[in-house]
Design a protein around this ligand. Structure first.
Ligand code: FMN
Length: 350
């Protein structure tokens, strides 16, 4: 399937947003960026907040393919997209082509719009089982998985891949081989994180390798990932030749405004930073969504990692963070957010 993005150079980033459309198979996004899969973060709550601030597409964190094939697990809400949530992609992890194909069908049947194959995860327990980033050492298996999943479903299929296993172990060739197969198999987008598996999250992502994928396969949609923490960096990356779209990953944790900022800048507008009051409303909304999914005890503890990131913009960041981290009940968390983020004073910045 031919996908395209009409992209203007940085100097022309003013004007008609229709120019920035990104197509992934039959899914048309009005903007060339989306929320990355983030295990432990991109649950239904974070995805809803991201969408509210203008992410045109969101992804689940990675899910083990074989789990969805268990009948009891299949019925569990945790595997399903939220009611009415679309477009939303699911990311699958596995090493067995037949299981990955069956899981893709199952995920498609419960409402996911895009199936993404993980060839990237660097977690040791995942690598030990030959999954995720380990597939960069076994390109034959990765290729079989891609073909099996492509044949199993009609919806768009994408791959998320790192640039090799290590940087000097010959696996860069495997990376290119897998990308070539994806391009020849009508995979709807190749999403490249510009680091190797061994590189984990260290150093800077290498965007020249990402752009090179497009040079080699001009007809495939290439999405880049790595180190996008603000809207200007997103625009800089989008202005590179060979980059059709970008993933917003760590940059969106506790910072959904990154999506509205990128939208504004692509439309030629200067983004306005959110007031403390607006931040507080969003944090509270996010916390309420989380609280609806967990009991009080778990919800408060689970939300702390989001709250820590939400505090980055606070003028008294450390104090606000300490106050929020000390909360142990839903009521206390709600009151503390209300207090520190001035929910009684609309428009407050300090
Ligand atoms: C906490 C965390 C969880 C992640 N979970 C996933 C995941 O489930 N699937 C995946 O493909 N990538 C995952 N990633 C990688 C990101 O999607 C992204 O490619 C990477 O963080 C680079 O982008 P960044 O530098 O802008 O954060 C994760 C990264 C982090 C930090």
């Amino acid at each position: 399937m031919y996908s395209y993005l009409v992209k203007l150079k940085k100097t022309n980033f003013t004007g008609n947003s229709a120019f920035f459309m990104l197509k992934i198979g039959n899914i048309e996004l009005d903007m060339p960026f989306f929320q990355a899969p983030l295990s432990g973060y991109t649950d239904a709550a974070m995805r809803q907040i991201a969408r509210q601030y203008g992410a045109p597409l969101t992804f689940t964190g990675v899910m083990l393919a074989k789990n969805i094939l268990n009948e009891r697990a299949f019925r569990k809400g945790i595997f399903h997209p939220a009611a009415g949530e679309s477009p939303v992609g699911v990311q699958m992890l596995g090493e067995d082509p037949a299981i990955m194909a069956r899981a893709a069908k199952a995920f498609g049947s419960i409402g996911y719009d895009i199936i993404d194959i993980n060839i990237a995860c660097p977690a040791p327990k995942v690598l030990r089982r030959g999954r995720g980033g380990a597939l960069l050492k076994e390109p034959g298996v990765a290729i079989e998985i891609i073909s099996a999943v492509r044949d199993a479903v009609d919806c768009p299929v994408t791959i998320k891949i790192r640039t090799g296993f290590g940087s000097d172990d010959g696996t860069r060739e495997n990376f290119h081989q897998i990308c070539e197969h994806a391009a020849n198999t009508n995979i709807d987008a190749i999403v490249v994180h510009g680091r190797t598996v061994k590189g984990y999250y260290r150093g800077k992502a290498d965007w020249s390798i990402i752009a090179d994928v497009k040079k080699r396969h001009p007809n495939v949609t290439v999405i880049g990932s790595g180190d996008i923490f603000d809207a200007q960096t997103a625009l800089d990356r989008l202005s590179m030749d060979g980059i059709d779209g970008v993933l917003i990953a760590r940059g969106a944790i506790g910072n959904p405004w990154i999506f509205s900022d990128i939208r504004d800048m692509l439309n030629g507008k200067t983004p306005t930073p959110p007031s403390l009051h607006e931040q507080g409303e969003t944090i509270l909304r996010h916390f309420e969504l989380v609280s609806d999914m967990h009991n009080d005890y778990k919800g408060v503890r689970y939300f702390r990692k989001f709250a820590a990131n939400y505090c980055h913009r606070h003028p008294q960041r450390k104090k606000a963070m300490l106050a929020i981290m000390a909360c142990t009940s839903r009521k206390q968390m709600t009151e503390t957010i209300r207090l520190w983020f001035k929910l009684d004073r609309e428009g407050a910045y300090v």
